[in-house]
Design a protein around this ligand. Structure first.
Ligand code: FES
Ligand SMILES: [Fe+2]
Length: 394
C-alpha cells in the first residue's frame, strides 16, 4: 500500500499511541528512569511517549514497569505499596503481581482476580538506567553498547527533562559547538571548542557516523575528535575529553551515550551515560568528584536556563564556579528550548552544514513510510564490538 500523502517531516513530531513516530519508537527499548532515582520498595509515576506508567522496584531491587492506573477504579498505582515484587493499590488494596495479574481483592466476598490484569512491560536495568519496551508483542533483542561495557567508571548523569519536542535535541549538530558553548569554552580555557567545525556524515548499518572537522580544513589537518555514531532511532555516542573538575587537563577521553526519549510532544528526557577509562582508587575519586558536582548543580540548572531565556541574565553571566558539564547543559537547554516547544519545522532554511539533520530526517521518513506501507524496515545491525580504541590517559 502506498501512502496517499507522503509523510512530511512535521508529521514526525507527535509521539502518542497510533502516531507515526509514536508507533515507530515503540518498536525499540528506551531508558525510562535513572536507576539510582528508584530505591527498592519505591514506586514512581513516569510519562514516556505521551503515555503514563508506573515504575517500581521490588523489595529485592528488581525494576518493573506496569500501567499507570489501577484496573479497579483508576487510582494512581505509584501511590501504593510494594510487597515483594507485587504492587498493592492505595485505594482499596487490590494487589497486582509483576506481570500485571491481579492476585488479591481483599474487600471482595467473591474475588474475581483471574479476570483482571493491567498491562506490564518488559523491563531491564543496564548502565545505571532502567529500560522498558513499551510496544506490542515480544520485544526486540536488548541492545548493548560494547564501548560502555568495558572496564572503567560508568556514570549516569542526572536526567535532563527539557520542555521542547525531542527533535530539537535529535537535530542538534556539530556546528553549534563554537557558538552555543563559546562562553563556557572561554571561561574554562578550552579554546579547542571554539574552532568552527562541520561534519561529514554517512549512513551505516546501525544509523550514521560522522567525521568532525574544522571548517578551514581542506584536507591535511587532523580530525577534531574520533567519529561520532548514531544508533537508530535516538541514541548518540561520541567521545570527548573529560570535563570533570580536577581532571580537565588530562588527556582523558570519555565515551558518552545520549538517549533522547520523548516524554510527550513538547517535552524530552535526555539520559546521558559516560564511560571514563579509569580504574581503582582513581576511578573512585573521579566518580565522587563528578557525580557530587553534577547532582548538586542539577537542582537549579534550569532556573538559570529560564532566566537566560527570559532576558534576566546572559549566558556570559553563568557563575564561574559552575562545572563545565552543567554550564554546557545550560547552553544546550537555552538553545533547544529557545527554538520553541514544537514548531513544525516549516520555517527553516537548511544549508550545507545541515547534512546530518537532513540525513537523519530522511532515514526516519524512509523507515516510518515503510512501516505504514507495510513493507520491510531496515534491520539495524548494532555493533557487537567497541567502536573506539581506549586512549591511554595522560
Ligand atoms: S482503585 Fe485500586 S483498589 Fe480500588
Ligand atoms: Fe551542546
Amino acid at each position: 500500500m502506498t501512502l496517499a500523502n507522503p509523510l512530511r517531516f512535521a508529521d514526525l513530531e507527535q509521539v502518542g499511541p497510533g502516531t507515526p513516530s509514536g508507533t515507530y519508537l515503540r518498536r525499540f527499548w528506551h531508558p525510562v528512569l535513572r536507576a539510582r532515582d528508584l530505591v527498592p520498595g519505591q514506586a514512581k509515576p513516569i510519562e514516556i511517549l505521551a503515555e503514563k506508567f508506573t515504575v517500581y522496584r521490588s523489595d529485592t531491587g528488581v525494576p518493573h514497569v506496569v500501567a499507570f492506573r489501577c484496573a479497579h477504579r483508576g487510582a494512581q498505582l505509584s501511590l501504593g505499596w510494594i510487597e515483594g515484587d507485587a504492587l498493592r493499590c492505595r485505594y482499596h488494596g487490590w494487589k497486582f503481581d509483576r506481570s500485571g495479574q491481579c492476585v488479591e481483592q481483599p474487600t471482595e466476598d467473591k474475588p474475581f482476580c483471574q479476570r483482571v490484569k493491567i498491562p506490564s512491560y518488559p523491563t531491564r536495568e543496564y548502565l545505571g538506567l532502567i529500560f522498558a519496551y513499551l510496544g506490542e508483542g515480544a520485544p526486540p533483542p536488548f541492545t548493548r553498547y560494547p564501548d560502555l561495557d568495558r572496564p572503567g567508571v560508568i556514570i549516569a548523569d542526572p536526567t535532563e527533562i527539557v520542555p521542547c519536542n525531542f527533535w530539537n535535541r535529535l537535530d542538534n549538530d556539530i556546528a553549534h559547538i563554537p557558538w552555543v558553548h563559546r562562553a563556557t569554552a572561554l571561561r574554562k580555557g578550552r579554546h579547542d571548542y571554539i574552532v568552527p567545525r562541520r561534519e561529514i556524515v554517512e549512513e551505516t548499518p546501525y544509523g550514521w557516523s560522522n567525521t568532525r572537522m574544522p571548517v578551514s580544513n581542506s584536507g591535511g589537518m587532523r580530525d577534531l575528535s574520533p567519529k561520532a555514531h548514531f544508533f537508530m532511532p535516538n541514541v548518540y555516542q561520541f567521545q570527548h575529553r573529560t570535563r570533570a573538575n580536577g581532571f580537565e587537563m588530562r588527556n582523558l577521553w570519555d565515551t558518552k551515550i545520549m538517549w533522547t526519549v520523548p516524554v510527550n510532544d513538547t517535552t524530552l528526557a535526555a539520559f546521558d551515560v559516560t564511560h571514563t577509562p579509569l580504574e581503582g582508587a582513581e576511578a573512585r575519586a573521579y566518580e565522587a568528584s563528578r557525580s557530587g558536582d553534577q547532582e548538586a548543580e542539577s537542582e537549579n540548572r534550569w532556573d538559570i536556563g529560564e532566566k537566560i531565556l527570559a532576558g534576566e541574565m546572559t549566558i556570559e553571566e553563568i557563575p564561574d564556579d559552575i562545572t563545565a558539564y552543567t554550564s554546557f547543559a545550560i547552553e544546550d537547554y537555552v538553545t533547544q528550548v529557545g527554538q520553541g516547544p514544537i514548531e513544525g519545522r516549516t520555517r527553516e532554511h537548511l544549508g550545507q552544514t545541515d547534512a546530518k539533520v537532513i540525513l537523519l530526517r530522511r532515514m526516519w521518513l524512509r523507515e516510518i513510510t515503510a512501516m505504514l506501507e507495510g513493507t520491510a524496515l531496515t534491520d539495524w545491525q548494532f555493533p557487537v564490538e567497541p567502536l573506539y580504541e581506549i586512549l591511554a590517559p595522560a
